[in-house]
Design a binder for this molecule. Sequence first.
Ligand SMILES: [Zn+2]
Length: 159
Amino acid sequence: MSTTMETLAIRTENKFRTLITKQSYKKGEVICAMPSENIMDKPNRFTVQIARDRHTHVGKLAALNHSCDPNVILDTEKMVMIARRDIEKGEELSFFYPSTEWEMQAPFICLCGASNCIHVVAGARFLPLSTLESHYLNPHIRDLMIELLKNTKQHLKNL
Ligand SMILES: [Zn+2]
């Protein structure tokens, strides 16, 4: 599978980067592989979290913006980007950041306008379970959430 991402283009407007697709995709289709050569233990604005202590530089995919109603999924088990619904040529691609990010280095306010907008995008650990469950979640996020819930229960017991 290709990681060259020749079907994707970065558009820059007023220093704001967006990732655009140059072709259409059907729901469920694999768009490209996620790069995984450059792994680090801390996140930054060019990385995607792929496991508890692993963040990979994702090249062009770092231009993916967040949306609360996204059109792609990053699957960190198979290391691929998948169309979450039918996508038209020329559309901007976006994914739900908390589906990969547990605790983001640079939180921000979301203005996506979706009816289910989470407003503060800071990572999965800051979202209620009910919100997370309506999204695709990668296994490391699921594991970390279960751990957090267990610790909270323990903490309440010790009060
Ligand atoms: Zn939003």
